[in-house]
Ligand binder design. Structure first.
Ligand code: TYD
Length: 133
């Protein structure tokens, strides 16, 4: 089974404007511990380039767009994050690269864990070894 999943959030609101609601254990499949957002990323930059041993994530590009390459050890896929009501859920141990950021991109990241630099795997070969063991 894949360790990632595209999420489509319900757009609420009316012709005056739109609204998306994110709730722990409802449309976000974990208890939320941390939120951060990435912006001002240069278009030629690749971010990510790691997997996390313990954290689950939901990523939503709420303004502008970017691409994410996900690799769970079995499947590798490139997904456009280009709508404020589209997200991707990443379970533990998914390799991710984010790139092709538009100038205005604001990438919202919701996580199940507090930040811990020790849980990062930054060596792809090591990731492949661990994920397939
Ligand atoms: P990040 O963009 O993950 O870059 P890097 O791949 O270089 O670690 O993080 C940038 C900096 O912000 C880095 O010094 C770690 C820090 N950071 C936190 O302190 N807490 C967090 O939740 C995150 C995501 C990053």
């Amino acid at each position: 089974m894949k360790k990632y999943k595209i999420l489509k959030f319900n757009e609420m609101g009316d012709r005056d404007g739109k609204l998306v609601v994110l709730e722990a254990l409802k449309n976000i499949p974990f208890e939320i511990k941390r939120i951060f957002y990435i912006y001002g990323t240069k278009s030629d930059v690749i971010r990510g380039e790691h997997a996390n041993k313990n954290s689950e994530f939901v990523l939503i590009n709420v303004v502008g767009k970017c691409k994410i390459m996900v690799d769970d050890g079995l499947t590798r896929e490139i997904i456009d994050l280009d709508k404020p009501n589209k997200g991707i859920y990443l379970n533990k141990m998914v390799w991710k690269d984010m790139y092709d950021f538009s100038k205005d991109s604001v990438l919202l990241v919701i996580s199940s864990m507090n930040y811990d630099s020790e849980e990062y795997i930054r060596d792809y070969e090591l990731f492949k070894k661990l994920v397939n063991s």
